[in-house]
Design a protein around this ligand. Structure first.
Ligand code: KG4
Ligand code: ZN
Length: 343
């Protein structure tokens, strides 16, 4: 069975064709990062308009690469939420219209379920049940995954998401948006022991997260230490040391909460997904922690950590094969949509 996957929830247009027998046949991604760069964040109206421009040519290109035409597709999966309403509506309109024109089923996909299932695109994949850390620009969730669609949120962020904290810290240091990968690059030249930043919520029981205190602490440290720099080289070293100390605090917090979640649930598999899971230090730390505490970590390959169409296609395929997918002709978007509502 061949599924066309469409992702347009934020600033990436992602298209993929996934075959349940042969795996991923083709996928394309168009990132709007340059469009939004001068504003330091995503401008929703510009995002929607750019999805409108790019979505159909990308679908045509993906079909050509997979050496098939639209009538060869068995179902169309698209991100119906959560995300920016205008951006979601572009993917929903196109997805539903193609499905209707081909007289094939349309499958609404929850964006975070797409991230959660992205490691299933890999050769070495997890099996249900598992614990999942979803870390993106908008979410930081620890989820007990019992089966497809059976999700219990064990931990959530009380304020900023982990990716948001990376992005805001990057902006403060004058790095481009979205800043997670630039913080990670800068951190490689820095001393992560120079500053001991707080590990939020670690002294309290439970699995919730909070990153706004860390962000404020980082800002105050940066502003005070910058005053004492006398050369440009010192400023650059300070930036690298701040990036490294900040990154270590985030990774330490995320990984220790994962270990707590593993002990609480008894799962032996941990899935880490979403944009921040592209962070190599986080991957290394969780890999080492797993070796020590006898659990196995699964990550998507780097290109499928951030938003993409392949994860939507695979999630759509699983939903279609294992769940009832009601069909109607209404085009809907769910900008706010809890993962637990899928259960
Ligand atoms: O999953 P995603 O593409 O979009 C959302 O659904 O939010 O995640 C984007 C987030 C951004 O905050 C970005 O800075 C962060 O993922 N990110 C990283 C890295 N690569 C992307 N954060 C830390 N280290 C990275 N290497
Ligand atoms: Zn995402």
């Amino acid at each position: 069975m061949k599924i066309l996957g469409i992702e347009s929830s934020c600033d990436e247009t992602g298209i993929a064709i996934y075959d349940t027998e042969a795996g991923l046949l083709a996928d394309h991604l168009y990132s709007q990062v340059e469009l939004h760069a001068e504003y330091g964040g995503v401008v929703p109206e510009l995002a929607s308009r750019d999805h409108v421009r790019k979505i159909v040519p990308l679908i045509q290109q993906t079909c050509a690469d997979a050496e098939l035409t639209l009538p060869d597709i068995d179902a169309v999966a698209y991100t119906a939420g959560p995300g920016l309403v205008g951006a979601l509506l572009v993917g929903s309109c196109v997805g539903k219209s193609i499905a209707w024109a081909l007289d094939k089923p349309a499958v609404e996909v929850h964006h975070m379920e797409g991230h959660l299932l992205a490691p299933l695109l890999e050769a070495d994949k997890p099996s249900f049940p598992f614990l999942c850390l979803l870390v993106s620009g908008g979410h930081t969730l620890l989820v007990d995954v019992q089966a497809l669609g059976q999700y219990q949120i064990l931990g959530d962020t009380l304020d900023d998401a982990a990716g948001e904290a990376f992005d805001k810290t990057a902006k403060m240091l004058g790095l481009p948006y979205p800043g997670g990968r630039y913080i990670a690059e800068l951190a490689e030249q820095g001393d992560d022991q120079r500053f001991k930043f707080p590990r939020p919520m670690m002294n309290r029981p439970g699995l919730d997260f909070s990153f706004s205190g860390l962000k404020t602490h980082t800002r105050v440290t940066w502003e005070q230490a910058r005053e004492h720099c006398t050369t440009e080289a010192e400023v650059q070293q300070l930036k690298a040391d701040i990036a490294a100390s900040f990154q270590l605090a985030v990774i330490d917090t995320l990984s220790k909460k994962c270990l707590r979640g593993i002990k609480q649930t008894g799962h032996r598999q941990l899935v880490i997904s979403g944009g921040v899971s592209a962070n190599l230090s986080l991957r290394e730390t969780l890999g080492q922690m797993g070796a020590k505490h006898r659990f196995k970590s699964f990550f998507p390959s780097l290109k499928y950590c951030t938003d993409n169409g392949a994860m939507i296609a695979v999630a759509g395929a699983m939903r279609f094969m294992h769940k009832d997918v009601p069909q109607d002709t209404l085009i809907k978007a769910h900008p706010r949509w809890s993962l637990e509502a899928l259960s």
